[in-house]
Design a protein around this ligand. Structure first.
Ligand code: F6R
Length: 264
């Protein structure tokens, strides 16, 4: 695990866009795993900009989204499908047939999850997974106590996660109680991964995930076992880290390390 401390969320997002851009340049048919939420919005804005200004070409790129609220259809403005459409899909030349989403309205969820796993396999696996971290340590919607080898499935959301998302829904009763999410085992099979966390409100959970023991109570901590993970933090999210000085030093060759490992 490599920890990158950046001046602010913007510079971390520019770095993440550099990595995604480099991956697409050397592998035009790259497979990306995408996270929603507030954290990666600047990254997506930057990717859209690079597509429009520099011609970054998404036409052969395949994407898989991490999760979706159960019960919300594509047309629902709070669905993650709407989020990606608004922030990325509709502003790039991503080929619709290469966009893989979870359907919150699906009747046979079990079959849908199985098919999603199969689609990831058929696409050759995920080259680069983008992740955020929930205030309770979740990745995707793998809430604390999720099996560390879980696959794509339904999860019940914790009260904390519902509270964290209340702003988009207006009231707690409107927040869906369940979601479909890639499992932790599914996420761990990606070839490389970037976890982004910004702001002081994430500092305590980031320290637990990065420097604490691996535990199903902090699902993101399993990333310590992944051979190619970079954690991109702004100053606020890094506040509680014990080995901050070491990470500051480690930032040299940070990009080269990631690119080398992704090419391997
Ligand atoms: C979103 C997702 C979640 C978020 C996490 C952080 O697809 O899977 O794990 O990454 O809840 O959300 P933000 O970025 O809004 O703080």
């Amino acid at each position: 695990m490599e920890i990158g401390l950046f001046q602010d969320a913007s510079s971390a997002s520019l770095y993440a866009a550099d990595i995604v851009g480099a991956l697409i340049s050397f592998k035009p048919n790259a497979v990306l795993g995408l996270a929603s939420g507030g954290t990666p919005i600047k990254l997506y804005q930057e990717l859209v900009k690079r597509h429009k200004v520099e011609g970054l070409d998404f036409s052969s790129v395949t994407v898989f989204i991490l999760d979706e609220y159960l019960g919300l259809g594509k047309e629902n403005l709070n669905s993650f499908y709407s989020y990606y459409n608004e922030n990325l899909f509709s502003h790039t030349n991503l080929n619709r047939s290469r966009i893989h989403v979870l359907d919150g309205k699906i009747e046979d969820v079990k079959e849908h999850c199985k098919a999603y796993e199969e689609e990831i396999r058929k696409a050759g696996g995920i080259d680069l997974q983008i992740l955020g971290i929930g205030s309770n340590g979740h990745i995707g919607f793998n809430e604390p106590t999720s099996s560390l080898v879980s696959r794509t499935r339904i999860k019940t959301l914790t009260r904390q996660t519902c509270l964290d998302n209340v702003a988009s829904f207006g009231s707690l009763t409107e927040v869906p109680q369940h979601a479909i999410t890639m499992g932790i085992g599914t996420i761990m099979e990606c070839r490389a991964c970037m976890l982004l966390a910004f702001g002081g409100s994430k500092s305590s959970i980031v320290a637990k995930a990065v420097e604490g023991p691996i535990s199903a109570m902090i699902p993101a901590s399993i990333l310590q076992m992944h051979p190619c993970v970079q954690v991109l933090l702004d100053q606020g999210a890094a506040t509680d880290l014990e080995m901050k000085e070491y990470y500051e030093h480690q930032v040299q060759n940070f990009k080269e390390n990631m690119l080398l490992r992704m090419r391997a």
